[in-house]
Design a protein around this ligand. Structure first.
Ligand SMILES: Cc1cc2nc3c(=O)[nH]c(=O)nc-3n(C[C@H](O)[C@H](O)[C@H](O)COP(=O)(O)OP(=O)(O)OC[C@H]3O[C@@H](n4cnc5c(N)ncnc54)[C@H](O)[C@@H]3O)c2cc1C
Ligand SMILES: NC(=O)c1ccc[n+]([C@@H]2O[C@H](COP(=O)([O-])OP(=O)(O)OC[C@H]3O[C@@H](n4cnc5c(N)ncnc54)[C@H](O)[C@@H]3O)[C@@H](O)[C@H]2O)c1
Length: 454
């Protein structure tokens, strides 16, 4: 087929992390590209995800640091938060980012089509009555917050609503045990709300190494927010005295000013006309893709949160998109994202960092060939703090084989967020425990613990 029968070589549906990265890289390889975006450029990450979340985390972290000022002899540090001012500054920053994304598309020669895209046949999408034809498509439409299918599940707010809050709720339940629940609960707790983190099982953060789960639970039990475990929400009621959250076992959480659902996200595939394109979805509405990001239609790719990707993270969507563009338009025939050793940080207080295999996964895969090194300590950040304010750090290395190749690094503690990236490089390069031991420590830091473990 000649490219001339198409308006574009590539249309990316969704102007979030994955769509923008793919289109810009494909354009750099000479492809004629468009991005279709129904809402604000930058997608979830920029508008209602990583970016505003990190601003709120930073605010909460600042509050923590100020709380420790007296340990160092400062007096008169009595912060009072103007929530409205924080939100305005945050949103102004996001608007600047929206503009930068717009200009970057323009500078890359990528057309931006504003509106909701819907396939009308395998090579055509319609936006506001106008048809656009492309040789290939990338579906990068991301996801939206889900809600539980229980009475009152439509009451309260989700993570999108969290970013719309014009004031800080005094008493709030955050329901869920994943990244979003622990992060939002942590921010609100640090900023002064009375927060209950409501989870269905014993502990939050299933899938993380057990040492990290335990360290996190121990930390919140000592410092907050309050953990309400084994609580399965069965209904939410609103009354003058506030919300009441009912548990399946008859327990109730009462007098809540706000309830935040953080119970998982749903892929944005409902309105896409995937039937008309002949693209298959799974029961959850996500688009299954192969190792090359292909859907069942060879010319229609999908990436990021709309797919069955095990790591719904911004850098993963970007990496998948850039590699796809390098392969299809850049002639780099074997280039694809390997979904392994993906580093990830959970922005709790203190943060969690994790890359590679958990101890349980390593033992399942390698049995007795696994050796684990672990340490728990109070970092110097709390050297002058009173005993009750000290927060312990936990660090764990998971090693495999006679050469003790490091296959997992799991961190909980101050600085883990910034510490992990470099160790992720080492894991990817196949570093061994000996390599870490041979690396001269940086003193006094928390990171040095990782090269002095015995
Ligand atoms: C609260 C929260 C915090 C997060 N924090 C982090 C973090 O700290 N680090 C991290 O790595 N990840 C984080 N994430 C996850 C991250 O935001 C996502 O993994 C990432 O945004 C996925 O990128 P994407 O391109 O797949 O989709 P998105 O960024 O969601 O982009 C999809 C875009 O498609 C548009 N769209 C949808 N349907 C259509 C249509 N039919 N036509 C046109 N446009 C359409 C949407 O409007 C949206 O702009 C967070 C997510 C949330 C919700
Ligand atoms: N720091 C980061 O990088 C970051 C931050 C936020 C989100 N994210 C990404 O976004 C993804 C989605 O995050 P998430 O927290 O929405 O989803 P998640 O899938 O990680 O967690 C959803 C949680 O809700 C619980 N749940 C589901 N139904 C429930 C119900 N009816 N009642 C009570 N609990 C229920 C689940 O057990 C689970 O713990 C994450 O997997 C992550 O990849 C990343």
């Amino acid at each position: 087929m000649s490219g001339e029968q198409y308006d574009y070589d590539l249309i990316c549906i969704g102007g979030g992390s994955g769509g923008i990265a793919t289109a810009r890289r494909a354009a750099a390889h000479g492809a004629r590209c468009a991005v279709i975006e129904a809402s604000r450029l930058g997608g979830t990450c920029v508008n209602v995800g990583c970016v505003p979340k990190k601003v709120m985390w930073q605010a909460a972290h600042s509050r923590e640091v100020m709380a420790r000022a007296a340990d160092y002899g400062f007096s008169g540090v009595a912060p009072s938060l103007d929530w409205g001012a924080l939100v305005s500054a945050r949103e102004a920053y996001i608007e600047r980012l929206n503009g930068i994304y717009d200009r970057n598309l323009d500078n890359s020669g990528v057309d931006l089509i504003r509106g909701q895209a819907r396939f009308t046949d395998p090579h055509t999408v319609e936006v506001d009555g106008q048809s656009y034809r492309a040789e290939r498509f990338v579906i990068a439409t991301g996801g939206t917050p889900g809600r539980p299918g229980i009475p009152g599940g439509d009451l309260g707010i989700d993570s999108d609503g969290f970013f719309e809050m014009t004031d800080r709720p005094e008493k709030v339940a955050v329901v869920g045990a994943g990244y979003i629940a622990v992060e939002l609960a942590g921010v609100l707790h640090q900023l002064g709300s009375d927060v209950q983190l409501v989870v269905r099982r014993e502990k939050p953060l299933r899938g993380f190494d057990a040492a990290i789960q335990d360290a996190f639970v121990e930390s919140i039990e000592a410092h907050g927010p309050t953990l309400v475990n084994h609580f399965t929400p069965a209904g939410l009621e609103a009354a003058w005295g506030g919300y009441t959250l009912h548990g399946a076992d008859g327990r109730t959480l009462e007098g809540l000013d706000q309830v935040i659902w953080a119970v998982g996200r749903l892929p944005n595939t409902d309105e896409l006309g995937l039937d008309a394109a002949g693209v298959r979805m799974d029961a959850a509405g996500t688009i299954p893709v192969d190792e090359w990001q292909s859907s069942n239609q060879p010319h229609i790719f999908a990436l990021g949160d709309v797919t069955d990707n095990p790591y719904p993270l911004t850098p993963v969507a970007i990496a998948a998109g850039r590699r796809l563009a390098d392969r299809v338009w850049g002639g780099q025939h074997e280039r694809r994202l390997e979904y392994r050793d993906v580093p990830t940080v959970v922005f709790t207080h203190p943060p969690i960092g994790s890359v590679g295999l958990t101890e349980a996964d390593a033992r399942a895969a390698h049995g007795d060939a696994v050796r684990v090194y672990e340490t728990r300590f109070v970092p110097m950040d709390f050297a002058l703090a009173p005993a009750e304010a000290k927060q312990r750090s936990t660090m764990k290395l998971v090693c495999v084989g006679d050469d003790e190749r490091v296959v997992g690094v799991h961190l909980f503690g101050v600085g883990s967020d910034e510490m992990l990236q470099g160790f992720a490089v080492a894991v990817r390069m196949g570093a061994t425990k000996h390599d870490l031991d041979e690396t001269v420590a940086i003193h006094p830091t928390s990171a040095e613990e990782l090269v002095t473990l015995t």
